[in-house]
Write a protein that binds this ligand. Structure first.
Ligand code: NAD
Length: 281
């Protein structure tokens, strides 16, 4: 039987410490969020980020733009926020409306205010084996979970399913920097199960319900499920067949309550860390 990796509890502890540190600051950190368009899920995510920030004493500014906004309008907002000393972190909620070039938008955020850690400068620093100003939130949350549960990474074979800039790609580099042997799988990978069966640490970030079946998990593996999917009854689930994999794994994350709470926790931590860098604390 696997030990449950309880991201919800770990995130709560980290955020309690963070809130204590923020309490003593005279000038509070500030997170600015740009949301463009009518995507219902994005609105829910932005509201929960705003709420969490305010609970911790982080100021939050939400800038809403209409579905038919232009590239120029978004870039102007970013320019203003880049030059506003009272703003420490800038987040652009993805996805953006189809007429917007999201890559250019992310690249225009100042790397020192790139609270999502998605700017090429920050991703490039990770690729070069250096410390970025901010790590991407979900990979950072996963590494913190492994650290919290004292799960060693060095020398382990880590297999990651998914190569997005948001999760799989930066996580592969971060695990490599921690001396894991890393294999990255994606939608064109052949014989996925043969590869996952070799994983000491298996991370699934594909967004495919039922993708990781019990027989794809090696005995004793650490299983990290990043996926967020819906079951037929509307409940949330991950990519992994949890009840099939759980008896084989040594550790496993639930969905919900595993990686998700760590992502928002990393966002808050990144806001604070960027504040400290900008204020030379
Ligand atoms: P994405 O769609 O950008 O990337 C998915 C990746 O999975 C791609 O690289 C694709 O090649 C790979 N993939 C898809 N199907 C596959 C298959 N059958 N076999 C092998 N590889 C396959 O998605 P993303 O933004 O990286 O997010 C992935 C999942 O994680 C989604 O469900 C998303 O909702 C979730 N997510 C969760 C959190 C969290 O905090 N828990 C954060 C970010 C994303």
């Amino acid at each position: 039987m696997a030990k449950l990796i309880e991201g919800k509890i770990v995130a709560k502890k980290i955020l309690e410490n963070l809130s204590d540190e923020i309490l003593f600051l005279e000038k509070k950190p500030c997170l600015a969020v740009i949301i463009a368009g009518d995507d219902a899920a994005s609105k829910i995510y932005v509201n929960s980020k705003k709420k969490k920030a305010e609970e911790l004493g982080i100021k939050s500014v939400v800038i809403e733009l209409p579905q038919n906004c232009t590239q120029q309008e978004i870039l102007e907002k970013i320019y203003t926020l880049n030059n506003d000393d009272s703003v420490n972190g800038i987040l652009v909620q993805l996805p953006l409306p189809p007429q917007i070039n999201a890559k250019e938008v992310v690249e225009k955020i100042h790397p020192l205010k790139d609270v999502d850690g998605l700017h090429p400068y920050n991703l490039g620093q990770i690729a070069a084996g250096n410390k970025p100003h901010a790590y991407p939130c979900t990979p950072k949350g996963i590494i913190r979970l492994l650290e919290y549960y004292d799960i060693s990474i060095a020398g382990k074979h880590a297999v990651i399913i998914g190569r997005s800039n948001l999760v799989g790609r930066p996580l592969s580099l971060m695990l490599l920097n921690e001396n894991a042997t890393v294999t990255v799988c994606h939608s064109k990978t052949k014989n996925l199960s043969q590869i996952t069966q070799q994983a000491d640490i298996l991370v699934s970030a594909a967004g495919q319900r039922g993708l990781v079946k019990a027989d794809m998990v090696k005995d004793g593996a650490v299983v990290i499920d990043v996926g967020i999917n819906r079951q037929e009854d509307g409940k949330l689930c991950g990519d992994v067949d949890f009840w099939g994999a759980e008896p084989r794994a040594s550790y496993i994350t639930p969905v919900p309550g595993g990686v998700g709470p760590m992502t928002i926790c990393s966002l808050m931590q990144n806001t604070f860390d960027l504040y400290k860098i900008q204020n030379k604390i």
